[in-house]
Design a protein around this ligand. Structure first.
Ligand code: ADE
Ligand code: ZN
Length: 343
């Protein structure tokens, strides 16, 4: 079996992907046309998904989000994201949503469509999924409080946590302390994008003040050895997204010996592999595992560990966790065993 095929077959959990960033270019164009929304000028569909940095990327992300309006639009993008993930071996997903990016579209309508897509995909592909609303840090903590109110008003068992995303470097975590504490008080688990375009201090700030359990991206942790040791000792889960680093960080060469994901793995951090905004970064979950293997120095044993780590830090109940850890481990060993036979 070819390595890419073997990697595709591995059972996986994806715990860092954005619904709006997972929209296929063809779907974005079609929905924009249907809803009378103008997307940025481009000659070919794929040209829309080209950016120099995080800010440029977020501008396109916003334009695409504007094109998603009706319940069925939300159902379709959710269904397509999960369909594609399932085709890449993904069995369980925790995905971010950006409800404030769809201006004028009531949260209730968005949740209705998203839930229909989740149900359809679980029925057809067996993929289980949960929602993490992302709080847009650019809008500030006061807007964050109103946002949390809306999330709690539309809450179901499928809303498991709260994230903090968008342009990181100008927006440190500390101002969001109170709203994150209120989210935790309402039973939401916490994570934050930190150390992607912001410094290592934003990772420490997210742990100390926001009290997050996981760190999204977190690459700049490598610049602070004491923080690396702390995160390793405390078992902080890092949701790493290899392809994203080419667009949003200072590390553009995935094969560089000092690439942070390689360093984080070597330092023994709890690294997981995820796809973030797959079509927008020309990737999918299997391709991210392939990059980890071919460019970032992950052996098959390291890939297995990354998958099991994603279960360790996933927001699932402990009996499911134990069951999946056992079952997936056996399955991964069997699939990896076929590589040896193929030589
Ligand atoms: N929203 C979608 N992808 C993101 C990223 N990589 N960083 C911050 N916000 C995002
Ligand atoms: Zn992200």
């Amino acid at each position: 079996m070819k390595t890419s095929e073997l990697i595709r077959k591995l059972p996986k959990a994806e715990i860092h992907i954005h619904l709006e960033g997972a929209i296929l270019p063809g779907t974005a164009m079609e929905l924009a046309r249907k809803n009378g929304v103008a997307l940025p000028e481009c000659e070919r569909v794929g040209d829309l998904y080209d950016y120099a940095d995080l800010m440029e990327f977020l501008a396109v992300y916003g334009a695409i989000a504007d094109s998603i309006v009706t319940i069925d639009d939300f159902r379709r993008i959710t269904y397509e994201m999960l369909q594609s993930a399932a085709a890449n071996g993904c069995r369980y997903m925790e995905f971010f949503i950006s409800p404030h990016a769809h201006e004028g579209v009531p949260f209730a309508r968005q949740f209705e469509g998203i839930r229909r897509g989740m149900l359809d995909a679980e029925t057809e592909f067996g993929i289980v999924s949960r929602i993490i609303p992302g709080m847009n840090r650019e809008l500030g903590p006061e807007a964050g409080e109103e946002y949390l109110d809306e999330i709690l008003a539309n809450r179901g068992d499928d809303v498991i946590g709260l994230g903090l995303d968008y342009n990181e470097a100008p927006y440190p975590p500390e101002p969001f302390t109170a709203v994150f504490a209120r989210a935790a008080g309402n039973g939401l688990r916490l994570t934050a994008h930190a150390g992607e375009s912001g410094p290592a201090a934003f990772i420490a700030g997210s742990l100390d003040t926001l009290k997050v359990e996981r760190v999204d991206h977190g690459y700049n942790v490598v610049n602070d050895p004491a923080l690396v040791a702390r995160c390793r000792d405390d078992g902080i889960g890092f949701t790493c997204c290899p392809s994203t680093t080419k667009y949003t960080t200072t590390w553009r060469d995935l094969a560089a010996p000092d690439h942070p994901i390689r360093k984080m793995k070597e330092a023994g951090l709890a690294v997981t592999i995820n796809s973030d905004d797959p079509p927008m970064f020309s990737t999918d979950l299997s391709a991210e595992f392939m990059i980890a293997h071919e460019a970032l120095g992950f052996s098959f044993a390291d890939l297995k560990k990354a998958i099991l780590t994603s279960l360790e830090v996933a927001w699932i109940d402990d009996s499911t966790r134990r069951q999946w850890l056992t079952d997936w481990s056996v399955e991964i060993d069997a699939i990896m065993g076929t590589a040896d036979r193929a030589g």
